[in-house]
Design a protein around this ligand. Structure first.
Ligand code: NAG
Ligand code: NAG
Ligand code: NAG
Ligand code: NAG
Ligand code: NAG
Ligand code: NAG
Ligand code: NAG
Length: 331
């Protein structure tokens, strides 16, 4: 029942977000390098965040206030194994910082596009061939920071825990811990827009600062996403991987840019977050696996094949809820 109520709640929230439709405007700001811009109309902060530039490369981000949207163009030719920039928007909620055990629901939604060149594409459009031709390496991800201390939770450099949700993966981009400190946990979330239950695979590793980084990876590129993601958080704290007393202080959405031979443009729109506070419902999250025999690679590599080969596809189960039919299926 909690699952059904959670789903109905998420659908209601999604409908509320989708209701706001406006006519497109000119850009209100363009920022490059380490620049940022806070939109006066909604207090969203947009950040170009070229924190590890290479000399011929660049990162610029053009922002539209209303409806909020950004287009990020970049090119990084050197050092394909490293992230050079993370053009992103910080999502806001009056409930943050919020303790993990005080999150009743957390809805995240977004639409995005990516392709070669400097011209933004319409939402949902990905030119995979063009990106492959440019040897593009990038991800598309929500980035959540948490810490037991509320001040530290609101600062990327001091937060002890980072929780990423990858919706896209191009080239050899890999989550931290994909091979070394790997884990082989997984958890599903309900996508309220697609009416699908999507499997995410969890990886765990540490970055150079020692931040404990958990990455949930979608099993396919998700250019449209609207999901109640608290199961992914509950998996972490109910299994003791993250303290239940940790506070979420920052949530952003963007693309980590590693490499491209020439310009790439990433666009994001329809991004929204809703945090519903209250005692966390006791969701049916999985337990920790007792063994993790083989290293797991990101989904498009050998790990996914072996995941499927182990017969882990859930059977399709259709259940009727207050809002219709939900088909359980990997996506
Ligand atoms: C943003 O740009 C639009 C269109 O150019 C303009 O109407 C609006 O006033 C601008 N908003 C702000 C806050 O500058
Ligand atoms: C933006 O934040 C300021 C300071 O907290 C607040 O006064 C203002 O009402 C906010 N504006 C919007 C549109 O939320
Ligand atoms: C949960 O969050 C609400 C809203 O921020 C707050 O009023 C309440 O005190 C919190 N409860 C706990 C147990 O932290
Ligand atoms: C985040 O923490 C670092 C390290 O303590 C500090 O240098 C930086 O100013 C902080 N950033 C903000 C926005 O408070
Ligand atoms: C996302 O799309 C890229 C380009 O087509 C592809 O290489 C990658 O495998 C896809 N990622 C997933 C998780 O399916
Ligand atoms: C790459 O993008 C920059 C910034 O938009 C632009 O000035 C430059 O002409 C573009 N390069 C090519 C080869 O299109
Ligand atoms: C991952 O999910 C699949 C499908 O639900 C399940 O069969 C498998 O046991 C899960 N693996 C782990 C390690 O939890």
């Amino acid at each position: 029942m909690l699952l059904l109520l959670g789903h109905a709640l998420a659908v209601t929230l999604w409908a509320r977000h989708s209701a706001a439709r406006h006519i497109a405007h000119q850009y209100n700001a363009t920022i490059c390098g380490l620049g940022s811009y806070t939109s006066p109309s909604n207090n969203l902060t947009f950040n170009s965040n070229a924190w590890n530039p290479d000399s011929p490369g660049f990162q610029c981000l053009s922002v539209q206030d209303s409806p909020p949207k950004f287009d990020a163009t970049w090119a990084w030719a050197d050092d394909p194994g490293s992230v050079h920039s993370y053009p992103h928007v910080k999502l806001t909620s009056p409930a943050m910082p919020v303790t993990l055990s005080n999150i009743s629901a957390l809805l995240l939604s977004v639409k995005w596009s990516m392709g070669p060149g400097s011209t933004p594409r319409p939402a949902l459009n990905v030119d995979s061939t063009g990106l492959a031709d440019r040897e593009t390496v990038a991800n598309v991800a929500f980035d959540i920071f948490a810490d037991r201390n509320t001040a530290n939770a609101q600062n990327e450099t001091t937060a002890e825990t980072e929780i990423m949700i990858w919706l896209g993966k191009f080239g050899s981009a890999k989550p931290l811990g994909f091979a070394l400190e790997r884990t082989c946990f997984n958890q599903t979330v309900s996508d309220v827009e697609l009416q699908l239950t999507c499997l995410s695979v969890l990886y765990q590793g540490h970055n150079a600062r020692g931040t404990n980084v958990f990455t949930w990876m979608a099993m396919a590129n998700r250019t449209s996403f609207a999901a109640e993601i608290s199961p992914l958080l509950q998996y972490l704290w109910r299994n003791g991987l993250v303290s239940a007393g940790s506070n979420i202080g920052l949530v952003s959405f963007g693309s980590e840019a590693y490499h491209s031979e020439g310009n790439v443009t990433f666009s994001a729109s329809d991004f929204a977050m809703s945090v519903i506070t209250g005692p966390a419902p006791n969701l049916a999250v999985g337990g920790l696996p007792t063994t993790c025999a083989q290293p797991e690679a990101p989904p498009d590599e050998s790990g996914a094949v072996s995941l499927y080969a182990r017969g882990s596809w859930p059977s399709r189960v259709a259940i009727t809820t207050l809002v219709g039919v939900v088909v359980y299926f990997l996506c």
